[in-house]
Design a protein around this ligand. Sequence first.
Ligand code: HEM
Length: 461
Amino acid sequence: MAVQTLDRGATDAAAAGAAPAPGASLAHIPGDNGWPILGHTLPLLADPKGFVERRAKMYGPVYRSRAFGFVSIALLGPEANELVLLDSRKVFSSRLGWGMILERLFPRGLMLLDFDEHRLHRRALSVAFKSGPMQSYLAELNAGIAKGVARWPRGRAFKFYPAVKQLTLDLAATAFLGAEIGPEFEAVKRAFIAMVAASIAVVRAPLPGTQMGRGVRGRALIVDYFNRQIPLRRERGGEDLFSQLCRATWDDGSLLSNADIADHMSFLMMAAHDTLTSSLTSFVYRLAANPDWQEKVRGEQRGLGLAVDEPLPFVRLDDLPLTEMAFKEAMRLAPPVPSLPRRAVRDVEFMGFRIPAGTDVNINPLYTHHMPQLWPEPERYDPTRFAVEAARERHKFAFVPFGGGAHMCLGLNFAYMQAKCFTWHFLNRFRVSIADGYRPDWRMWPIPFPRDGLEVTLDPA
Ligand code: HEM
């Protein structure tokens, strides 16, 4: 791979997070800055996938563009993903990349920490994702999903996306915060929704009446809730994720501070919520549009030999390879995090281009997942691409819905577990279909979702 760091150490400006003046030191990178003021913001928003594909055709896999007032360099393809995600020379800051979007509302979440500090926090949190706690979360997911899907209407068209969004939020309440959260949940839920909406708001100042204003108020409420709950959770225990973090320790055995727990909890809830909603929505759409695969997946679930209303046992999660392949293929076509931002804190070279310290860069799972060299007939839904043999032959960074390297999604196993648990309860009860010729329009960025909510019909399976 044509990669080399120009090891002059991080400059003061880069370490402080300053980006180079728009376009100035990047004139040697192919590309342009687009229209005055707006740059490429509008075409990027209108068609994020087409925009990147057009520019890759025009300029190649390393190009410069300007959107939302910032010049950045796109690094496309599996080699670029490997360079940025593995980051063996500690060149790419996740904090400075995600900071502009997430810092105000989700400060000091794992993606907002870098290098050694990040490693310490990640190690402290990972206790909450070990198999013991995961089994307790699965028990909550089983109960919550069975109850939730039982309420969905049958025999008429209904909008799947808002329904599964609500379900995911309710599941977060029990698996993340504990079943006994009680009446405060409605306020916590509203606050959380306001924070997530604000993180991608165009107006970044927390002015009254703006999304950011509501988001900042939401954060204050949630932090207050966590602060009040931490001593109670430590006293009475509990198997939910919040209670796990209340007991989590640093390497020296001391407990995490209240502020750390509050920051990590809000970040975890945010990281889980829209990604699960998006991936389950595109999964159900693909199953509805590909009834042959829906039958295969249902057949695999029934082959477990469990009664229809039994919970899915933790020990059977690995017995669902077709379900996993079908879910992966849905995430290939619509990765819930379509692009990942970083900022270089040292000079680095990639494919012969020098990328100076302070440059904002982006890698792009959405683009990589549609490269015809890696995925023949890329628009076709074909879960057999994830059969063990086929997967072994592909570049390790060709499929990156969960990122990779130090910041690889900490909730990856949780996500697969929830997807399998959802599929178990959903396909056991329902046959899902869409109207003939229906092709919902997806907004692919910042997180893919069907603009019309995805109309499906559920009939008894
Ligand atoms: C289908 C569902 C999900 C997808 C596609 C997804 C995707 C991702 C991606 C791409 C990253 C890396 C971002 C980067 O490197 O810039 C990430 C990080 C993260 N995700 Fe997920 N995620 C999912 C579900 C979850 C769930 C359920 C949780 C928690 C229970 C979670 C917690 C996290 C955390 C804590 C990080 C930060 C890790 C770090 O910086 O060390 N995610 N996720």
